[in-house]
Write a protein that binds this ligand. Structure first.
Ligand code: SF4
Length: 391
């Protein structure tokens, strides 16, 4: 069901939905600002004008207040992820305001994992100090490459030295540091890819996410593709071979970490946990109810100002669809689908359906160990074609 207008003031408070809200959730906060727009980026973000950030922080405060008015108390968060956009476009002062808002409406549970995304160039020591003195436990830095030529081809606003300084500062602060890297640039070789990964590891990072450069619709490069992209398969395969030698485990298609330094927030998502997303373009999932906020800051602001949720998309997933989606998400991870847990949650019928597809997949792309069905390393490499079978 799609909502094309925003006259949405009463949420569909089914019992299971409100029950989900009173239980621990994973909280995602979207910061929709960047210093400039990268030509390949499909995430929702804009370049802020004077006063935009302050106004936005007030809107976030109001959105969280609306959610807590549904629960009659604070939201209980077991993980927090402040992503974007570029959360480090917010100054330390802005961050102080954001922290006040979060503390006002959220009860952070013991053993909280709190992550923030940062970009070299906008990250400051002030940010790091403030995060360390508050609840932030991990930072994910958008490095993309440690090669100046690749960074300038990507039109990123930072250089390799700046990225290296940012990694060093985060690691030295004691935050669990993750680095995002991209592959598939023109002229990229295994040698240059190896150099970037190796140099990142030297700083002592504990987590690495790798993404192939893809051309998305409605982006400048999606409309007008650059030439000479490098075939990503061998580069991905190299990372799968090299990183385990350095102690890293591939726990998800794009994610490698030292043991137990995985991102719990993302794992909750892949394992079908309950999510509350706030901010434009954020989405949430609460016991089968899925919603999406307007991907436009003006629409978002208009609706919050009217005291209405900025939700433009909502759906209650039928059991069969929810089961298939949950299997596909779980298969992104090394833990895969647990037969017993899947049957308990979705029933025998859904499990039989899952098995019908599972048996059709090539043997070298999958493994079943002690009742757990998961993709092999090769399965991760060709996951897109395997998922098609589940649709
Ligand atoms: S910095 Fe990240 S979120 Fe912002 S435009 Fe570039 S890729 Fe997109």
């Amino acid at each position: 069901m799609r909502k094309d207008n925003l006259n949405y003031s009463v949420m569909p408070l089914s019992e299971s939905f409100s029950w989900a809200l009173s239980c621990p959730v994973s909280l995602y906060v979207h910061i929709p600002f960047c210093v400039q727009k990268c030509p390949y980026c499909a995430f929702y973000s804009v370049v802020p004008k004077t006063g935009d950030i302050e106004s936005y922080l007030n809107l976030l405060d109001n959105e969280l207040k609306m959610w807590t008015s549904l629960t009659g108390g604070k939201i209980h968060a077991q993980t927090l992820y402040v992503g974007g956009g570029t959360p480090t476009v917010l100054s330390s002062k802005h961050w102080e305001q954001l922290i006040l808002t979060l503390e006002r409406y959220v009860n952070f549970l013991p053993l909280l994992e709190a992550s923030v995304e940062a970009n070299p160039g906008t990250l400051s020591l002030g940010h790091i100090k403030l995060w360390r003195s508050w609840r932030i436990t991990r930072a994910s830095l958008g490095v993309q490459s440690l090669d100046d030529a690749e960074l300038s081809w990507l039109k990123r606003p930072h250089g390799a030295y700046e990225a290296a300084d940012a990694i060093a500062a985060l690691v030295a602060s004691g935050l669990d540091t993750s680095v995002d890297l991209m592959f598939g640039f023109p002229g990229q070789t295994i040698r240059s890819w190896h150099r970037t990964i190796k140099d990142c590891l030297k700083f002592g990072i504990r987590h690495l996410s790798i993404y192939e450069l893809t051309l998305e619709e409605n982006t400048p490069w999606g409309e007008n593709p650059p030439e000479g992209l490098t075939e990503g398969y061998p580069l991905y395969r190299f990372a799968q071979w090299y990183l385990p030698k350095r102690g890293f485990i591939q726990y998800e298609i794009a994610s490698f970490s030292l043991p137990r330094h995985w991102c719990r927030h993302n794992i909750a998502y892949w394992q079908g946990g309950n999510f509350l997303g706030i901010g434009p373009s954020a989405w949430g999932y609460l016991n089968g109810y899925r919603y999406g906020n307007a991907s436009d800051i003006k629409l978002y602001a208009d609706s919050i100002s009217r005291g209405e949720f900025p939700i433009v998309y909502e759906e209650i997933l039928p059991n069969e669809k929810a089961a298939a989606e949950s299997a596909m998400l779980a298969l992104r991870t090394m833990w895969g689908v647990s037969a017993r847990a899947f049957r308990r949650k979705w029933g025998w019928q859904a499990y039989k359906k899952f098995l019908q597809v599972w048996h059709l997949l090539p043997e070298d792309c999958k493994k079943t160990i002690q009742g757990k069905h998961a993709f092999s390393a090769k399965g991760f490499r060709v996951a897109n074609s395997l998922w098609e079978q589940f649709l």
